[in-house]
Design a protein around this ligand. Structure first.
Ligand SMILES: [Zn+2]
Ligand SMILES: [Zn+2]
Length: 213
């Protein structure tokens, strides 16, 4: 039997287990529902915990990082020892992200653009400065193109009508890999797209495609 559902903010018992995001009738905070997850004992979560679950799933789903819940718990344990108190889940995730980035650097393997993309995304959702990591992610892609030497030109793929005006102007533009590395046309610095509706613009979704001659 499931335990009495409790609000993750005020711990007050809820009459009905919410099925999706809902405001707590006691404290007015939002409750998020994440049933299929193994990071937290409860399924009713704070926004931060829910976001951590979503990111962790993406990280696991990517398959290339080889992380499981024990990695998450070990990271939490390390932070607990370092700071003498239980860390926020977001700090554990961030620490895990940084460890993966560090590990890939020191192993000499090519760093994963996707990892940096996820890190940028996390900062963006958190309302923090993300642009340098999004830029880093694109730069790694270009560096890989340059290293592999298979393509020497790229073009910009936008989401067409769904992209902001500044991004639409870049649609289909062709750059040599060297030019792109020098000027870094994407992520678009003038992007106005507000992905999460948080009032923070600049989540440029433009991508590079390889030009096949
Ligand atoms: Zn509450
Ligand atoms: Zn844009």
């Amino acid at each position: 039997m499931l335990a009495e559902p409790g609000c993750p903010h005020c711990n007050q018992t809820l009459d009905k287990r919410p099925k999706r995001k809902k405001k707590c009738p006691h404290c007015g905070e939002y409750i998020f529902v994440r049933s299929a997850q193994e990071l937290f004992p409860a399924t009713l979560l704070t926004e931060q915990d829910a976001r951590v679950v979503d990111h962790f799933h993406t990280l696991q789903g990517a398959g290339t990082f080889g992380v499981d819940r024990d990695d998450f718990f070990q990271e939490g344990e390390k932070l607990t020892q370092r700071f003498g108190k239980q860390p926020a889940s977001g700090d554990v995730l961030w620490s895990l992200y940084n460890r993966l980035a560090h590990d890939s650097m020191s192993s000499g393997a090519a760093p994963s653009p996707f990892l940096y993309f996820l890190m940028a995304h996390y900062l963006y959702e958190d309302g923090r400065d993300f642009f340098h990591l999004l830029e880093q992610s694109r730069k790694m892609e270009l560096t890989a193109y340059k290293r592999d030497g298979i393509f020497d030109k790229v073009y910009v793929i936008t989401t067409r009508d769904a992209s902001c005006e500044a991004c639409q102007k870049l649609d289909g533009k062709v750059f040599t890999v060297d030019e792109a590395l020098e000027h870094m046309p994407i992520p678009c610095k003038d992007c106005t797209f507000d992905f999460a509706g948080t009032g923070q613009p600049g989540w440029c979704r433009c991508l590079y495609g390889a030009v096949v001659d």
